[in-house]
Design a protein around this ligand. Structure first.
Ligand code: ASP
Length: 437
């Protein structure tokens, strides 16, 4: 019954937040393995320590003095140490870091020191063992995360400690060089640790009380999702709704370990449970709504397209050659729409010309300003009329639907609309499902 608890940057931004974190950990003896981020913002206009580290390293690369540039970062950590009344000194660590900056240890090394130093302080404060992630989280020589080696090493190292702090965000290459995951990567570290120790639960502590059913900038006070499956989360995160790094579900998913998103500032709130299978007793059809703007449709028309073998393959070969992805390909009998990101299409301006060359369509045009809205919910498989209700909501709001796509798993219905209708569409779909259930 061990739990892995990961705390984000805002949860560890200052001594007061550290106290809340310690209280949370001490209130449950199963919270034994702790993964901290670097100190985040204390107020909206504050700077995250990770960003300070990047800036500091860049300044040193431009010839500035490492010790002097590192000073504000050292002061931030020293402030936490003294406010907590701890007696440790990190001066030797600061000297070593400045020295490594001078030796050009790399931007990843620089960024990783936020988690590293925060981990040392937190371990000291909690009385837990400090385990450097460089000793048990590994990348291959190609820079890919080495899941097998990491899993075996973490399991054996952590097996030796009943309680430990493992800093998030980084690991080591085979030659010992420090490498980080992408931004927000401590979420991934937490998941990796949870898998390695076969945790009963991975708690991800942040500053919101869970995953919201819609973007709060669009819908006022949207409800918190109580249960969401890994698959639903993938769909919603992909469409831009995120409280967690989007890769963080993968390590725990294979081990079927649930993730609980919790709020450090409101620990009594249940938060959101991310689970392999959700409990049956839910009567919700829709779990959440998310969407993205800035898509384009390449609309292709050709007589007897349906009889032409290899038509789609030729189009996909063009995209392949261009190194371009696509979002959706709704098809008709003699028509096909390729939904692609406008940014990607602009980066590959010859795409339409190449498609024309390989397919000889009767008509091809690009329609811009498309937004895509995904209505996601495991409940829609069992219930009739979900699409009707979505379309009714949009039609009452006078919103024209330009594209419809339903995933084969019946987990989502995706509609393409004009960008100007984006916010309104999310609001009316939310009202249709969430306010009436
Ligand atoms: N501190 C890193 C960042 O700001 C990693 C993390 O917080 O997960 O991206």
């Amino acid at each position: 019954m061990s739990k892995v608890v990961k705390f984000g940057g805002s949860s560890l931004a200052d001594a007061n937040q550290f106290r809340k974190v310690a209280q949370i950990i001490r209130s449950d003896r199963n919270r034994r393995y702790v993964v901290p981020s670097a100190p985040g913002k204390r107020s909206p206009d504050d700077t995250k320590v990770t960003d300070m580290l990047y800036q500091c390293y860049d300044a040193v690369e431009k010839g500035k003095n490492a010790t002097a540039e590192f000073l504000p970062i050292a002061e931030r950590f020293d402030g936490i140490i003294s406010d907590l009344g701890l007696t440790i000194s990190l001066d030797k660590e600061y000297d070593k870091i400045a020295e490594n900056f001078r030796k050009r240890a790399g931007r990843d090394y620089a960024a990783s020191r936020g988690e590293y130093l925060n981990g040392i302080i937190l371990a000291n404060y909690l009385g837990f063992e400090f385990v450097d992630a460089a000793k048990c989280i590994f990348f291959t020589s190609k820079g890919e995360f080495d899941a097998d080696l990491t899993d075996a090493c973490l399991a054996s190292v952590l097996g030796g400690y009943s309680e430990a702090v493992i800093p998030g965000f980084y690991g080591a290459m085979p030659d010992g060089t420090i490498k980080t995951f992408s931004r927000g990567g401590s979420d991934f570290t937490g998941s990796v640790v949870a898998k390695a120790i076969n945790a009963s639960l991975y708690e991800n502590w942040t500053d919101v009380s869970g995953f919201l059913a819609a973007d709060p900038h669009i819908v006022e006070n949207p409800e918190v999702i109580e249960y969401i499956t890994y698959k639903e989360l993938r769909e919603l995160s992909y469409m831009g709704a995120a409280v967690m790094h989007q890769d963080a579900i993968f390590p725990v998913r294979s081990a079927k370990i649930p993730i609980n998103i919790k709020n450090t500032n409101a620990p009594e709130a249940k938060g959101t449970m991310i689970v392999p299978e959700a409990p049956e007793n839910t009567n919700k059809i829709i779990t959440g709504i998310a969407g993205k703007k800035h898509f384009s449709v390449i609309s292709i028309e050709k007589d007897e397209m349906n009889a032409e073998v290899g038509f789609l393959r030729r189009i996909l070969t063009v995209l392949d050659n261009e190194g371009m992805g696509f979002e959706h390909i709704p098809t008709g009998i003699d028509t096909m729409s390729l939904v692609v990101s406008t940014e990607e299409l602009e980066a590959h301006p010859n795409t339409v010309k190449y498609i024309t060359q390989v397919c000889h369509p009767n008509h091809i045009e690009v329609i811009n300003d498309l937004a895509v809205v995904a209505v996601v919910g495991r409940g829609m498989k069992e219930k009739k009329g979900t699409a009707t209700r979505i379309f009714a909501a949009l039609s009452h709001a006078n919103i024209n639907i330009k594209m419809i796509d339903q995933g084969s798993s019946e987990l989502n219905i995706i509609v393409g609309i004009h960008e100007k209708d984006f916010e309104k569409a999310i609001q009316v779909i939310y009202d249709m499902f969430m306010l009436s259930e």
